[in-house]
Ligand binder design. Structure first.
Ligand SMILES: Nc1ncnc2c1ncn2[C@@H]1O[C@H](COP(=O)(O)OP(=O)(O)OP(=O)(O)O)[C@@H](O)[C@H]1O
Ligand SMILES: [Mg+2]
Length: 373
């Protein structure tokens, strides 16, 4: 089988690492020939995943096609689907998710709890919603790594808002942020991974550190799982989905957003779970039976983020010290250049003991740095 991936970042790279276990030929479409996934696929095509012709011509040679980022040309995927290429997630599902306005409307239609919102077209529209503040302004399309997200606490901060189609959603008093990965095969069978709990870096709005399985009250976990399953069955698309949820200070659960693809919150499943998120997506694309999503051991993920004040050829300070630690797995994404805030790699820690996980996570955060020489 010929299987293609739109996008050649670290998620594509890890998908290809899992793909090496199966009897398939892999293809990647991406603009940058030095991207993290380029040298791990059988066939690399240089091209723009937002361009109709590039995506169509790439896809028509394939049996199955998936994405590692949702900013892709959906019209080309729709045409490929019509012509019989298996496209998972479906173009219809990608269309809903890639636009945060359509995504929010989808939750409302499906009666899936999500924080209340208004749709805005211009920054000046925010003036009509002063009573609604504090709120979070989110670009409908084109945001990444938290860069399309702006908290607006009061009238003075309106100048920070976006001058393009966006949603303004009520700021949730968050007690915990979790993510649930749900996978659905072509027969409609679903599996769900144990919950991951995240802590964020307030400077870059990037994930700081993550634990899985998250320790949650059973009642809250059941609610979150039911909501996450409803997102996927509502999208009616085979594939693998990560649903980010907020648990607020009252114990209410809200869907934040969905990613129709393998996700940062599932990196640990490579070492910590029986079947990784990457393996699961491949099984679905290949129409193989689903595997076991459960954990072998609890785990933590520490992201390796480009350190402040360093731009240029990357050097990993403290790598030896981290590699000496027990049950710690380093993943460097092969990016040649670092810059402040760039995702350069991650480290997974596995242990039966949550204290051991948090202790090692903190140690790694303070030891391993992506800098320049
Ligand atoms: N309504 C909200 N209330 C409170 N905090 C929020 C709200 N929406 C988003 N945030 C905070 O901002 C973070 C980023 O928001 P969101 O996940 O919507 O954006 P994103 O651009 O997809 O970011 P990423 O790609 O990092 O997931 C959330 O993880 C959360 O910490
Ligand atoms: Mg997010």
């Amino acid at each position: 089988m010929k299987v293609g991936i739109l996008g050649g970042g670290q998620l594509g790279r890890m998908l290809l690492q899992a793909a090496a276990n199966y009897d398939i030929t892999t293809y990647v479409l991406e603009k940058d020939p030095l991207c993290p996934a380029a040298h791990l696929c059988h066939h690399f095509t240089k091209g723009d995943i937002m361009d109709y012709d590039a995506v169509y011509n790439f896809g028509k040679q394939l049996d199955a096609l998936t994405i590692e980022i949702e900013a892709v040309n959906v019209e080309a995927l729709e045409q490929l689907e019509k012509e019989g290429v298996k496209v998972y997630p479906t173009p219809a599902a990608i269309k809903i998710i890639k636009n945060k306005i359509l995504q929010k409307q989808f939750y409302s239609e499906q009666e899936i709890p999500t924080s209340p919102y208004y749709i805005t077209q211009h920054q000046s529209d925010l003036l009509q919603h002063l009573d609604f503040l504090p709120a979070v302004h989110k670009l409908a399309e084109g945001g990444y790594d938290g860069k399309g997200v702006q908290v607006i606490n009061n009238e003075a901060e309106i100048e920070l808002g976006f001058n393009a189609p966006a949603i303004l959603e009520k700021k949730v008093k968050i007690a915990k942020e979790i993510a649930l990965i749900v996978a659905m095969d072509a027969q409609g069978k679903t599996i769900i991974y144990p919950p991951a709990e995240m802590v964020f870096d307030s400077v870059y709005n990037l994930l700081d550190y993550q634990l899985s399985p998250a320790k949650l009250e059973e009642r809250i976990l059941w609610k979150a799982q039911a909501m996450a399953r409803k997102v996927v069955t509502g999208l009616k698309s085979p594939g693998l989905f990560a649903i980010e949820l907020f648990i607020d200070v009252n114990g209410d659960v809200w869907v934040n957003e969905t990613a129709p693809r393998v996700h940062n919150s599932g990196h640990h499943t490579i070492e910590a779970n029986y079947s990784s998120q990457y393996d699961t997506l491949l099984r679905i694309l290949l129409n193989y039976p689903l595997g076991n999503p459960n954990e072998i051991l609890p785990s933590a993920i520490v992201n390796i983020i480009g350190a402040d004040g360093f731009t240029g050829d990357v050097y990993y300070e403290g790598l030896d010290e981290v590699l000496k630690m027990d049950n710690v797995f380093v993943h460097l994404y092969g990016k040649l250049q670092t810059k402040p805030g760039r995702k350069m790699g991650h480290v997974t820690i596995i242990s039966n003991d949550y204290l051991d996980l948090t202790h090692k996570a903190n140690k790694i955060k303070h030891t391993l740095k992506a800098i320049t020489k």
